[in-house]
Design a protein around this ligand. Structure first.
Ligand code: FAD
Ligand code: SF4
Length: 508
């Protein structure tokens, strides 16, 4: 039958089995849609990256001899309504069947299901052939368990896909080298320049602006740096293996003003848009390591692979196990608004001005900036998880709900009450100071808990524990914190300091 096949903006998987066969009876279509640019205020670089990658993908598929219909944002034939567009194509092309790849977002899953119910022709959905597991795998794997332990899921993936394995045992005798992945970076000479690209996307930017799409953040559209094709994505991966892998694990948790990317791979967008598959990334990295075992230690490689076949895959499983309820969870009942400076980076707190500033400039912050700087502050200050989600979902180049919300509400905010994490990721200034040089350049003092110069993280940290005593004190991993808190001589003074910071949160 003459079949219409939808490809979403984050389904740029050239190796999908759909493309194995060329047939004029298979009509592929892609569309730049306002429903996607407008569901949250996105970073301008994110909108550019998606549209440019979609256009490159469509040209590639077309050049391989497939039938592709592409609708730009300002195309008069683009009705800006997915259902109408599908109906229009069905009528114009004499379509007998409609097919789509299962989307990664709950929102689109519902929408496509409802569109299919209304269509008068036959419909079908297929796997996107990107992840290592099917949607429901994690839920079945943890059936009957209250908490979903990432580590057991991760080991299962290692075994199943024979990654970093020595027969039935993990290579070099250990599953996890996390304890070796926590150093601060003391020597800036170790740093390598990121592999950036430099493309002129000013035409695309002009179209986006003319169409009235609202965005946040900055861009140098004449020198667009993110990979937007499979070829460019492979270059970034190659650069990672050759230059960054050697220190990835060591400085995974480092925080420094010297550089924005450190030894991180910058591959999240390429993977989340499916230009690269997670399995090919980890296999390439493992293979590179095999050839360089004399120089690169296992802790670098294991640390990287765990993020992808462990955390990334695990988050997707949690998403499908817990949506739509997950999006409403607010374990602590937090309800404060996000401070205004989250949108400008203008705060006296150096760690936050760095993390937010680079997010606005680059649509990027690395994991520890997201978790232990912005996320940590938001949790300590009691910001409503909806506000935090909107911010993370908009600002990062790699932010797609399935991986954003599980990281934000789950890992970072503990708003799920402990599905993803066993305890909240909170810290005082001590942790941030230990991980790098932010505190050396700050208007506040990391050592002080009270007074004008006292680092806000310090008093807010105790305020967080005090106000959530009922919810946390019985957690065996947290009890210690309460014993310390209750012994503090100036406890009340510290709590008052926190209150005063909270009532002037926009001035911090
Ligand atoms: P690297 O440090 O080089 O890591 C390699 C890869 O591992 C990443 O590309 C990513 O695919 C994967 N990875 C690492 N950590 C995680 C994780 N916790 N969950 C899932 N995958 C992971 N990641 C997103 O892709 N999209 C998001 O919207 C997103 N939002 C986040 C929000 C918060 C509050 C936190 C704490 C983390 C979030 N992450 C998100 C996870 C992580 O911070 C990013 O994947 C990473 O910073 C991307 O940069 P990189 O490619 O250089 O990563
Ligand atoms: Fe951040 Fe506090 Fe250190 Fe300043 S002193 S950089 S606010 S942790």
């Amino acid at each position: 039958p003459k079949t219409l096949r939808l490809i979403l903006g984050d389904q740029l998987n050239q190796s999908h089995s759909w493309f194995e066969e060329k047939s004029d009876d298979h009509i592929y279509f892609m569309a730049e849609m306002r429903q996607e640019t407008d569901y949250v205020n996105h970073h301008v670089q994110k909108v550019l990256a998606f549209f440019d990658s979609m256009r490159n993908f469509a040209s590639e598929i077309e050049s391989q001899g497939h039938q592709m219909r592409y609708f730009k944002l300002d195309d008069p034939k683009n009705p800006q309504d997915l259902e109408k567009l599908i109906q229009q194509l069905v009528d114009d092309e004499g379509i007998e069947k409609f097919e789509y790849q299962l989307p990664d977002e709950y929102r689109l899953d519902e929408q496509l299901r409802s569109i299919c119910e209304n269509l008068k022709i036959s419909t079908d959905s297929v796997d996107s052939e990107h992840f290592l597991t099917k949607r429901a795998f994690l839920e079945e794997f943890f059936k009957g368990k209250k908490t979903y332990l990432m580590e057991s899921f991760y080991r299962e993936m290692r075994k199943k896909y024979d990654i970093l394995m020595d027969g039935k045992e993990p290579v070099e005798g250990k599953w996890n080298f996390d304890h070796e992945n926590r150093s601060a970076l003391k020597d800036s000479k170790l740093l390598k320049k990121a592999k950036t690209h430099s493309k002129d996307l000013s035409g695309l930017l002009e179209m986006i602006e003319k169409s009235g799409v609202k965005t946040i953040g900055k861009v140098d559209a004449k020198n667009f740096s993110w990979p937007t094709s499979r070829e460019e994505s492979l270059e970034v991966l190659d650069h990672f293996c050759k230059n960054l892998l050697i220190h990835f694990g060591d400085f995974q948790d480092a925080l420094t003003t010297w550089d924005s990317f450190l030894f991180h791979s910058r591959l999240s967008f390429a993977m989340n848009s499916k230009m690269l598959s997670p399995l090919e990334v980890v296999q390439r990295v493992e293979e590179y390591w095999e050839g360089h075992r004399d120089k690169i230690s296992i802790s670098q490689v294991e640390g990287f692979i765990r993020q992808i076949i462990g955390w990334r895959e695990y988050m997707r499983g949690v998403y499908w196990a817990k949506m739509p309820d997950y999006a409403e969870m607010n374990f602590f009942g937090h309800d404060r608004k996000l401070p205004d400076w989250f949108w400008t980076g203008k705060t006296k707190m150096k760690c936050l001005s760095e993390a937010i500033g680079q997010s606005l400039d680059l649509a990027y912050a690395h994991h520890i900036q997201r978790l232990m700087v912005t996320g940590n502050f938001a949790l300590l200050a009691g910001i409503h998880p909806d506000e935090i989600d909107q911010w993370y979902l908009g600002i990062y180049i790699d932010a797609i709900e399935w991986v954003e919300i599980t990281n934000t509400r789950g890992m970072s905010q503990f708003a799920d009450g402990g599905i993803v994490g066993t305890k909240p990721y909170v810290s005082s200034a001590n942790y941030i100071k230990k991980q790098g040089n932010y505190c050396d350049h700050c208007a506040y003092s990391p050592k002080e808990k009270v007074g004008d110069k006292a680092c806000p993280f310090n008093s807010l940290y105790w305020h967080f524990y005090e106000r959530n005593r009922e919810k946390l004190e019985k957690n065996p991993r947290i009890g210690m914190a309460y014993r310390t808190l209750d012994k503090l001589k100036n406890k009340q003074e510290i709590l008052d300091q926190a209150e005063s910071y909270l009532s002037n949160i926009n001035e911090l």
